[in-house]
Design a protein around this ligand. Structure first.
Ligand SMILES: [Ca+2]
Ligand SMILES: [Ca+2]
Ligand SMILES: [Ca+2]
Length: 276
């Protein structure tokens, strides 16, 4: 958490005022971190998926029907869900998950490194998910997520969630806008996960139930729409867009070959200038 946000949070907690939270606001508002699907910052998108595990439509009935809407393939390629059509996406169900892979590894470059797209149809109709990353596909670390949404009452199926109360959770923004993640936030969390080479991004639905639900990195229950007992229940993944990538070995070779080529040309020019 940035120091300024921490200061605001402390001030808010000490004053006891139920105001907007300290984190970035909805897409289009000043200070929002939302990145539009068409932003040229995106240099790639998820190219593969594995370990798609659908959660139940209602975690209170784990033996009941699983979420089933969409398919894993819908999470590949550019974000294309809109708040009008809501798809194509893949619905995860309560606590469901999916792991995405990429043609080029994601790296911790300047600022945000990748972004996750959900299909929310309004600024405050959010379904949230944890985001975890891995270098080797076995060892994952979770982005330190925070939810300051009040837990006094359950956020019902279509109740609003204020995006200024959530941080490092996917689904913070409506369809067409990615929630960005900076790999600097997971640096040092696991010796097995190298922020300079991330090959896998795992998305895990937040179970919003106040009694059966998920907890954030501070141990607080995350209040998220519940129940969502339908085929499209749970987090609806549209896409994962990549901002900073590890250059392909071929690209590095090309740069080196190009640089050597320039040197040779310059030397030839110098020689011919001397001869003249
Ligand atoms: Ca970064
Ligand atoms: Ca859903
Ligand atoms: Ca959920």
């Amino acid at each position: 958490m940035k120091m300024r946000a921490l200061g605001v949070l402390v001030a808010m907690l000490s004053s006891g005022v139920a105001a907007a939270g300290p984190f970035a606001p909805a897409a289009g508002q000043p200070g929002s971190t939302a990145i539009a699907a068409g932003d040229p910052a995106f240099v790639g998108w998820a190219t593969g998926f594995q370990n798609l595990v659908r959660g139940p439509q209602n975690i209170a009935n784990p033996a009941g029907a699983l979420a089933s809407f969409g398919a894993g393939e819908n999470a590949l390629g550019p974000a294309d869900a809109t708040s009008a059509n809501g798809g194509p996406i893949v619905s995860l169900g309560d606590g469901g998950q999916i792991t995405l892979s990429f043609a080029q590894a994601i790296t911790n470059g300047p600022g945000y490194d990748f972004a996750v797209f959900e299909n929310g149809f309004a600024d405050e109709f959010l379904e949230l998910a944890f985001v975890e990353v891995s270098t080797n596909g076995l060892d994952f670390v979770r982005f330190p997520a925070i939810s300051l949404t009040s837990v006094a009452t359950q956020v019902d199926s279509f109740d609003p969630v204020d995006p200024t109360n959530v941080d490092n959770l996917a689904g913070k923004y409506l369809a067409g806008f990615g929630t960005p993640f900076d790999l600097a936030a997971i640096a040092g969390l696991s010796p097995a996960v190298n922020p300079a080479e991330i090959n896998f991004v795992r998305i895990i639905d937040i179970i919003g139930s106040l009694t059966l639900g998920s907890v954030d990195s501070l141990g607080n229950v995350v209040n998220d729409p519940y129940p969502t007992a339908f085929a499209s229940g749970g987090f609806d993944l549209d896409a994962v867009g990549v901002i900073n990538v590890v250059p392909e070995p071929g690209a590095v070779v090309l740069v080196v070959v190009g640089a050597v080529g320039m040197l040779v040309i310059r030397q030839k020019q110098r020689r011919s200038a001397t001869i003249d």
